[in-house]
Design a protein around this ligand. Structure first.
Ligand code: COA
Length: 258
């Protein structure tokens, strides 16, 4: 197991939990932290976990954004490299072969909100506050927010959130579709772990194929997307889980997936 200073990676019940661990900076993401997240994603993937949880250390923040003290004096080429790193990490989360669930335990601003947007599912504690707040720093979302936010909340609401840099509470985020579910703060970890463990118990290849096909709907037109879906769908026939799932249904028993 690797040893990082700014993140933790824990395993339990086929579920990995990646915790951004810079509570004195409200888990803001500097270059070291982003690189550590990349390494941790590689490690969790090679461990073949069934689901991954992404969260922040402490009671206050999921991730309060990109590190503003680092960004302050960046040149254009340096900013470009930082955006590329942020994009790489968000893409890596989006393409992680197993489902990734964001447990939003507090502030999720700017780059923190964008990491959550790259996850498959978002569960917020009732006192979480989220937003694409970059406008008030004189910049715009640079780690995927302009592309991923409108898909969840719609174009008008994305424009409102990004133009005004509004910080919205968990209830509003739920109402707008930015998070899927809200739970009490002291239940968040257990609830998300249970959700992730339930996902990890599902047929692995089918879940990975479902994720890939859904992701593809953002990349191509419908015709190409349907071709993609057909290929992934038919590729599942003959797998243990397909045979077992269908046999179990026909024999009226619970399936025993690989
Ligand atoms: N980058 C770097 N440092 C950050 C940070 C960020 N995104 N967010 C918070 N911090 C640091 C603060 O500078 C402070 O450091 P200090 O103790 O050396 O003064 C420490 O974390 C605690 O933050 P503080 O602002 O004192 O806490 P708070 O409870 O009063 O406010 C927030 C919390 C999240 C409302 C506030 O920190 C904030 O607005 N942060 C910036 C959010 C943002 O715009 N993010 C988008 C960046 S792309």
């Amino acid at each position: 197991m690797s040893d990082w200073e700014t993140i933790r990676l824990d395993y339990e019940d086929d579920v990995a939990t990646l915790t951004v661990d810079r509570p004195d900076r409200l888990n803001a993401l500097n270059v070291d932290t982003l690189e550590a997240i990349e390494e941790a994603l590689d490690e969790a993937e090679s461990e073949e976990v069934g689901a991954l949880v992404l969260t922040g250390a402490g009671d206050d923040a999921f991730v309060a954004g990109a590190d503003i003290s680092y960004m302050q004096d960046l040149s254009v080429p340096e900013a470009q490299a930082y955006a590329e790193l942020g994009h790489r990490v968000a893409d890596r989360i989006e393409r992680f072969p197993a489902p990734v669930v964001a447990a939003i335990n507090g502030y999720a601003f700017g780059g923190g909100c964008e990491l959550a947007l790259a996850c498959d599912l978002r569960v917020a504690s009732e006192d979480a506050v989220v937003g694409q707040t970059e406008i008030d720093l004189g910049i715009i979302p640079g780690w995927g927010g302009t592309q991923r936010l409108p898909r969840l909340v719609g174009d008008e609401m994305a424009r409102r959130l990004i133009f005004f840099g509004e910080r919205i509470d968990a209830q509003d985020a739920r109402e707008h579709g930015l998070v899927g579910e809200i739970v009490a703060g002291d239940e968040l970890d257990d609830h998300v772990h249970e959700l992730a463990a339930d996902l990890a118990a599902k047929p692995t290849y089918a879940l990975a194929a479902a994720k890939e096909a859904l992701n593809q709907s953002h990349e191509t037109g419908q015709e190409a997307g349907l071709r993609y879906e057909r290929r992934l769908w038919s590729g599942l026939f003959g797998t243990h889980d397909q045979r077992e799932g269908m046999e179990a249904f026909l024999e009226d028993r619970a399936p025993d997936f690989e």
